[in-house]
Write a protein that binds this ligand. Sequence first.
Ligand code: Z5A
Length: 207
Amino acid sequence: MTRGKFITLEGGEGVGKSTNLIFLREVFEQRKIPVTVAREPGGTQMAEQLRHLLLDTGKEAIGKKTELLLMFAARAQHIKHVIEPALAKGQWVLCDRFTDSTYAYQGGGRNMKTANIEWLERFVQGNLKPDLTILLDAPVETGMKRARKRIFTDRFESEQISFFERVREAYLVLAEANPDRIKVIRADRPLSDVQDAIIEALIPLFA
Ligand code: Z5A
């Protein structure tokens, strides 16, 4: 059985990850590629509970270390119960956010040490890395304007604009360091143009 491909969608809030995840699922279904769609944090019953804790604007402030560890705890569950079994069965896995989000938000946004994230990544993931990461990039203000249409605001969305500027910058640094895996696609243009660029980025995987 050929192992499936692991594709992740990354970017700041409102850049269009969820929208393009639905688009990609349709592309794979048309090509008769079996696909599992997932999101982080989340993806299993326990990981979704952790997501709720992480995004909830509850009374008890969540420390940076707690946040980082809960992200990886949710990821460990997700990998064990969903991602690895699907890839082993030959399914392609499409995931809305993965460890690049941790580098961007906890590393860039919260200024946590990269070395600690790298250690946790190795501990939790072993050799597992996405085959392709699509990084949707847009000015922070563009993403925020789009996301503002929503009624609810989660804990991350109540951060200052400077936090999201650091997140964006951290993503771009990651992309520069991993040019073979991470494809940066400008997301501040019409959706059809974004989707054409996504398809182009996928072509090497279809070959
Ligand atoms: N987080 C973390 O800190 N560390 C980690 O390791 C992980 C996550 C894994 C969960 O986010 C939070 O967890 C996240 C980081 C943190 N917090 N933040 N911010 P999430 O993924 O659930 O939430 P999100 O990033 O805020 O998602 P989002 O705001 O829903 O964004 P999106 O999925 O990228 O956008 P969308 O829903 O597809 O599109 C937003 C709107 O724009 C919608 O009305 C679309 O129709 C519209 N749209 C999309 N594309 C276009 C174009 N091209 N033109 C015009 N309009 C468009």
